[in-house]
Design a binder for this molecule. Sequence first.
Ligand code: AMP
Length: 112
Amino acid sequence: MDDLFLKIIDREVPANIIYEDEIALAFEDINPQAPTHILVIPKTHIPKLSDADSSQKDILGHLMWATGEIARQLDIEDAYRVVVNNGAKAGQSVFHLHLHILSGRVFSWPPG
Ligand code: AMP
């Protein structure tokens, strides 16, 4: 399976890993779009959010919890944005589900 983020989980591709538990992994984005830019991923291969099935609800919930926990650990819990790009037309480029945590600058609304 050609999945870059599974290779990061397996330590075949290096990354600055900042959080890990049995379900999730988080690491710094290689091309940061904000002073803090972290990716939170499941250890299970889910290509995109809309591919998750009902048996994976706990994984999705855990990713949201882990995102809040990571924000607390990074002391950014008062000002961060969470983004999920779902599908190539929405800007997804890596097809392993990931939540972007972005912080450290002003974010406009609506998003670009
Ligand atoms: P998306 O466009 O939503 O699929 O986001 C994919 C993200 O993965 C982008 O922000 C990339 O900069 C990031 N990325 C791609 N390759 C790596 C890598 N080897 N290590 C860390 N982040 C990566």
